[in-house]
Ligand binder design. Sequence first.
Ligand code: RP5
Length: 181
Amino acid sequence: ESMSELLSHTKHLMNTPVPKPAPLVGIIMGSDSDLPTVKPAAQILKGFDTPFELTIVSAHRTPDRMVEYAKNAHLRGLKVIIAAAGGAAHLPGMVAALTPLPVIGIPVALKLLDGVDSLHSIVQMPRGVPVATVAINNAVNAGLLAVRILSTLIPSYTDKLLEYSQLQEDEVMKKVEKLER
Ligand code: RP5
């Protein structure tokens, strides 16, 4: 290869956008009003370099979109779905009914009823259709649970999860030392 050929080849490579890795986790929420609550799940996934997608799918306002999303999720390569909803929070359960993938439900607290309505709507699934429900508004745990599920397939996540726990422990121990000093 001549130098000019090599150069133009390199240039071509540099101009080619690096394709985004296919998402492994789908984060969906019933409304854009859920976004501030859901964001920490996305931040956890970013921190673990876990490819994810995030969008609005409403069980009540876009029922056909929900069916389409849930039925195709595993065919598109997603491995876990995180679904957040508040009030009559039917999204996680309905999605779980339509997909073979593990579904993690985030109960979102609305202004009234403190999120207990959302929690009960999501956690009280009938036998045969499981949803792994995290605590009210606890999107961090939803993100971590998704990474833990993926770590059974992707060993590098296991090391990162162990690091995360160690950091958490170190933080508490720093506080203990400060208090006991
Ligand atoms: C649910 O209704 C959503 O998940 C949201 O938490 C709640 C209220 O939605 P908006 O009226 O704020 O759009 O479907």
